[in-house]
Design a protein around this ligand. Structure first.
Ligand SMILES: C[S@@+](CC[C@H](N)C(=O)[O-])C[C@H]1O[C@@H](n2cnc3c(N)ncnc32)[C@H](O)[C@@H]1O
Ligand code: SF4
Length: 304
């Protein structure tokens, strides 16, 4: 995750820390809210600062920001990422107003994307989502984290296999591309197998266009996560790779761009699934067999 240290930038007002997916490095980050509307996941510290308490930004502020971006950047803006933690929590009406303003003020924009929780689209119909797609919303990043109901309940994600599946299917039906995040190691040792198997099942039933796996890590400590488990035991490097091996071996994807190259991962894996499935599995299996010979990222090079 990238993090902006900028306290006050013109023409956009940022409240740090601001997170965006690595693939949005060249995008204009446009905050529609501050913080995350859910903010209860026990593994996540992203919006826990007091000043990042969830708050939708006023409609006028956002429209004024878009106008100022036109004055400052003009046609240089090609991609926009709607921040913060789940901008799609806003109503369809509010989102349409933003997308229409982007169309009008920044006509060179080719891609608008956002984080999206399954619950953000629960009350939005496929037709409403299609309207957003027609207005330029082309990609959403969904932190499914797991397809396993027990893991999801223990980490207080507030979602289930079914709610995640329904949201991903709905978004796909509306023509919005889905980039899904799964957290390697989230269930600890005890739930590793069911976490991998049910996450694969979720992917198979929804066929997302993009899939990324990240290794769960805790820069501020694991106390909140541990409270939900009797005995959460962190997976070691080989166990993390074994969980990945189980996940990938059970994936039956037709055309999904797969990335396990986020800074949190020990072993970099990239490819298109299913075409590259056997190659990725072979790389994992040889790293599991001889971790010391594999080109694992050194600990100092990993991070969130
Ligand atoms: C800004 S958050 C997510 C956006 C959105 N609220 C969601 O949950 O889909 C981006 C992603 O970072 C990852 N993340 C959060 N906390 C993490 C942690 N402690 N270790 C590794 N990845 C983490 C999760 O996959 C999460 O979905
Ligand atoms: S993972 Fe997403 S939904 Fe959960 S608290 Fe973090 S930002 Fe919010």
């Amino acid at each position: 995750m990238g993090e902006s240290e900028t306290m006050q930038a013109d023409p956009v007002r940022y409240v740090p820390p601001v997170y965006r997916p690595p693939s949005e490095a060249d995008s204009l980050i446009l905050p529609l809210t501050d913080g995350c509307s859910w903010n209860k996941c026990t593994f996540c510290e992203m919006y826990t600062d007091q000043h990042k308490k969830f708050r939708p930004r006023g409609e006028q502020e956002v429209l004024d920001t878009i106008r100022r971006c036109r004055e400052t950047y003009g046609d240089q803006v090609r991609r926009i990422f709607l921040a913060d933690g789940d901008a799609l929590t806003l109503s369809t009406r509010r989102l349409k107003a933003v997308l229409e303003a982007i169309r009008q003020e920044l006509p060179a924009v080719r891609r608008v994307s956002s984080y999206c929780l399954p619950r953000n689209v629960r009350n939005k119909s496929v037709d409403e989502l299609k309207e957003l797609a027609d207005l330029g919303l082309s990609l959403v990043y969904v932190g499914a984290e797991s397809g396993d109901d027990e893991v999801l309940a223990r980490v207080q994600k507030g979602e289930t296999f079914e709610t995640s599946r329904d949201a991903l299917v709905k978004l796909g039906a509306a023509g919005i591309k889905r980039s899904v995040m799964i957290l390697n190691g989230l269930g600890g040792k005890a739930l590793s197998r069911q976490h991998a198997e049910n996450s694969a099942r979720l992917m198979n039933e929804t066929q997302p266009e993009f899939l990324a796996t990240l290794v769960v890590s805790f820069p501020k400590g694991e106390e909140r996560l541990r409270a939900g488990f009797d005995n959460w035991q962190e997976l070691n490097i080989v166990e993390l790779m074994q969980e990945m091996e189980l996940l990938i071996s059970q994936l039956h994807l037709r055309r999904t761009v797969f990335r396990s190259d986020h800074a949190s991962n020990w072993l970099i894996l990239k490819g298109t699934l299913g075409a590259d499935k056997e190659r990725l599995l072979a790389k994992l299996r040889s790293a599991i067999a001889a971790p010391e010979a594999a080109h694992l990222r050194p600990a100092w090079a990993r991070g969130l």
